[in-house]
Write a protein that binds this ligand. Sequence first.
Ligand code: 5GP
Ligand code: ZN
Length: 114
Amino acid sequence: MSECIFCSIIARKTPGRIVFEDNLVVAIEDIRPQAPVHLLVMPRAHVDSLNDLKPEDEPLLGRLFIVAARLARERGLDTQGYRTVINNGAWAGQSVAHLHVHVMGGRVFHWPPG
Ligand code: 5GP
Ligand code: ZN
């Protein structure tokens, strides 16, 4: 998946602000933040979207959200609240085909999203 921008950032071939990484997941700052805090937590190994997860990926899915919550807490988002979003496929607005959890906070969000 050499053409995947997120794989390229993870491999340090493309610049990116990596804020967390472990054996399963990597978190970066979104290049076009839509909130005061806008992070993307993603699997280290390429997966297109939730559609491609397998039963054995349960620990990965857990880690994505544990790390998302930890990063939100570290940034003081947990008291007022924050939003986690996964866009899957064209109609949901997924623009990068490497599964990622948006972690957004620091402002009020509305529901339903557009
Ligand atoms: P999606 O639309 O797939 O749910 O989210 C993709 C996100 O990746 C967008 O919020 C977009 O701003 C971000 N993004 C796209 N290209 C890059 C990049 O090269 N570096 C970083 N850090 N974020 C990117
Ligand atoms: Zn990738």
